[in-house]
Design a protein around this ligand. Structure first.
Ligand SMILES: [Zn+2]
Length: 401
């Protein structure tokens, strides 16, 4: 049994406690104890100081969760096209690099929302102690539609049922559906227009439910958002309320999003504040404030893997949430406990709780007063495996046989 005792100036449990100084004990994959350092129970209190991990200037908190990434995209401008031109091995290498980057940036869980046909959970499980991956495997779309190059074009009921069933077999944790077109596909894909009929979308949700899987709906345009809400999806991705010539935020649909407890992941990356052109931040910020005021549950995610959005920039996107009125403490909660709850894994991660999986980070200083601290984790634990992002990879603990 491997035991790690981590002591820090501060431990944020994610359950409303700040322990100063605090200690977390990990054995194998799990957190077994969290508390004030002076209350550390006997067997571990007897461990000599030299055998503990002492972080007297740091804060320990739950690992970060990015609710919207694309592990296999590698920053390509037209990912589905680029992916078709690569081999399975090359995609696996891209995913490995993405997971290393995420891990070293303190992200211990991601939701991967769209991958090519040959990526399944066993490909992800082959990786060395990386972040937890909730995967949607192949997104459902229409022929020639958004990300159709990933292999998920469906139309007839039987095709919908087959692909959802195949994704479930591949280990899908979510079913992703491209309700509208998108920006990275080109051609016939319009982000403003729905791709499916109401009946097709209802069938997709029914098929996902039959496998016990929640549905994540990619929807930019207002018509698509309205359709996704009506079909009863579980999360809306992007949710930009766009029309071909402007914006149309529908307050009635916003109320339905609240009533149905649908989560919205608005995919805010580290560039969001500087955005000009089609979706300037002032417009976006106003939309998000309206949704927040109405009681919509927003969850952070970056869409990393798309162009100009590397996987390790998540912590740089988080201070942007202060523009929506969130405090640093609120933002930390959003990116950890609230995200875990929204993704239905709060029994595993998101807070520092005895019995949970050993996912945590240590950052210099106090992120409650300076969110910038989250950009430079000094220790990252993924399922109890310790990593030191500042040091070379050869210094990493290797607990795999
Ligand atoms: Zn995406």
């Amino acid at each position: 049994m491997t035991v790690h005792i981590l002591e820090a100036a501060r431990v944020l449990t994610g359950r409303g406690q700040v322990l100063t100084p605090g200690t977390v004990v990990l054995t194998d994959r799990r957190i077994v104890w969290v508390g004030l350092s002076r209350q550390l129970p006997k067997p571990w209190a007897a461990v000599p100081a030299t055998a503990r991990i002492r972080l007297p200037e740091a804060t320990i908190l739950p690992g970060l969760i990015d609710a919207h990434v694309h592990l296999s995209f590698g920053g390509a401008p037209r990912p589905p096209v680029a992916l078709l031109a690569t081999t399975r091995m090359e995609v696996a290498a891209t995913i490995h690099a993405a997971l290393r980057q995420l891990r070293d940036a303190g992200i211990t869980t991601v939701r991967d929302l769209g991958a090519p046909r040959y990526i399944d959970s066993s490909t992800l499980a082959d990786l060395d102690a990386g972040p937890r991956v909730l995967t949607a495997t192949i997104p459902l779309t229409v022929a020639g539609g958004h990300c159709a190059g990933l292999g998920g074009a469906v139309s007839e009921t039987a095709e919908i049922d087959q692909l959802v069933a195949a994704n479930a077999t591949r280990g899908a944790d979510w079913i992703k559906v491209m309700v509208t077109g998108g920006f990275t596909t080109g051609g016939r894909s319009s982000p403003y227009e729905p791709q499916f009929t109401d009946d097709q979308l209802a069938r997709i949700v029914t098929a996902a439910r039959a496998h016990g899987l929640p549905v994540a709906a990619h929807a930019h345009g207002s018509a698509g958002i309205r359709q996704a809400v009506g079909a009863g999806v579980d999360s809306i991705e992007h949710c930009t309320w766009m029309t071909p010539d402007g914006f149309d935020l529908d307050h009635g649909v916003v109320r339905e999003i609240v009533n149905r407890r649908i989560m919205v992941c608005p995919t805010i990356n580290h560039h969001a504040r500087d955005a000009t052109g089609r979706l300037p931040w002032a417009v976006r910020r106003e939309q998000l404030r309206v949704m927040l005021d109405a009681g919509v549950r927003l969850i952070p995610g970056t869409d990393s893997g798309i162009p100009q959005t590397p996987h390790d920039q998540y912590a740089y996107s988080l201070p942007i949430w202060t523009d929506l009125g969130y405090s640093a403490a609120d933002i930390i909660e959003l990116a950890t406990a609230a995200a875990a709850q929204a993704l239905r894994i709060d029994h595993l991660t998101g807070t520092l709780t005895a019995g949970h999986v050993g996912d945590l980070i240590a950052v210099p200083g106090d992120p409650m007063t300076d969110l910038g601290a989250l950009t430079t984790p000094v220790v990252v634990a993924t399922a109890g495996h310790l990593h030191y992002p500042d040091t070379t990879t050869t210094a990493e603990e290797n607990t795999r046989p």
